[in-house]
Every structure is written in C-alpha cells, then in structure tokens.
Design a protein. Sequence first.
Length: 279
Amino acid sequence: MTVLEQLTPTIGARVSGIDLNDVRTRADGAPLRAALAEHKVLVFGGQELTPTAHRDFAAALGETTRAHPVVPGLDAEHPEIYVLDAGDGGKAPVWHTDVTFMTHPPLGSVLRAVALPPTGGDTCWTDLEAAYRSLSPFVQELADKLTALHDGRKDFEEYLRDRLGGEGNTWEGERIRSLEPVEHPVVRVHPETGRRSLFVNPGFTTQLLGVTEVESRALLDVFFAAIGRPEFTVRHRWTPGDVVVWDNRSTAHYAVDDYGDQHRVMHRITLRGDKPVGV
C-alpha cells in the first residue's frame, strides 16, 4: 500500500510502498500528480531504475521534454535525460527554478541519483507559495502586478555558442539557436490548485519591468529573501536508489556544493509545462 509521510509543515512528502517500475501509464501516475500539486516535492527511496525505466516513470506523470533547451541528452536512446555531472559543471549552488528562461518552463522535474559522494551533496527545495504568503498584503498586491525578465545566457550562452556551434535542442517545437530573455509574471497562479506563488529566482531572474533599476534590485532582494527562509524549505540527503519529483511551478531548489571534487552524478527528466499565468 502506498503511504505518504509529510516531511515539513509546508513542503515535501516521502512516498513508500511503491515500485516506480510499476508506474507506467497516466492512470498509474494520476495519484502521484495529485500528491505533487499538494506537497510540491515527493521523495521515493529504494528504487532500482534504469535510464529507460526512469523515462517511462516520468512519462506516466506528464509529457517529457528534451533534456534541456541547450544541453544534449544522455544518449540517442534517452534524449530526455539531462546528466548533471559535478565534474563537468553540473553544480547549481543557487536557488533556482528549472529553465524559467524559456517561454514554457517545465511543469516538474524527476531527479534520480546515479553516483553519490560519500558525504554531502544534499538538495534543498523551497515553497514559493509560502514565500508569497509571507509578504505583507501591501507587497503582495504590488508583486501581483509586476513582470520579471528571466535570462539563461550567463549559464548557457557560451556553451551554446562554443561547444554546440550555435545549434541547441528543439524545445516547444523550436530549434534553440539563441537565448533571448523572456518575461514571466512575478506571481504565478498554479494551473491545478489556483494558489499563488512567487515565480522569481536568483538563478535566472535578472530584472523587474516597469520600475527603476534601483527599485528592481530592492524588490528582488525582498523576494529572494522570502524564497530563502529556512522554515519554507526541505532538505534531502541522497542515498542510492533515491528518486525525487518536484513541482517546478511552485518551488525553487538549491544543490548544496559541500563535497569538493568528489564524484556526484544525477539524471534529470523534465515534464512539459505551460506558459506561466499571473494574477
């Protein structure tokens, strides 16, 4: 029997009594999709998934995307799998929400531990709904009206130009040859729950529109401080066989870089999302 154990008052649940190899259809995945919208982060331990089984489980939760708009996938048979290898720049020690620099960011992500360091390498997630609720009513009302720029060029433009010759992957039916900043509402309304969350992150959000540069920096500092509050977060210590699924529409995450040059490899698959809608 599948059991959900809530991990914190605001975010995260551990799911036991389930073999993800048996989750193969959308009907199989529907209860987990519902749990994902509610708990935002689902942790599954003791799983034995091959890359193909990883892909099949992700497809039971939603439509899978290519590994990344720019970075190639694992191999020709698994173009959906994004390899996060710490030895090849696969570290992300900053709060971020996956791929918000595209018009249609992913709905969610499915991350599988492949190789872990003896110690360290935890991942933290933060509840962007709780971050929004923590703002004063006046600041909430202001945030509801704001739009932000999200820009992936700092992280991926050089890779796209120098390592791929300007030819990235196909994302939402379009071949990626440049990474122009995109606009998203600062406050996103979740398409399944109707709840509001902050939809900005230090990793990719660079500027607020319609305000001065000084005002933009000050307001983003306020929003980023709310995102980083420890009481809104859950921290996962990885063990072999762990799989974590998170809702990319209401969370940000942080990969703790405390393991030096020790070996750490993770495989991630993202689920196709929609264009964020504001208040």
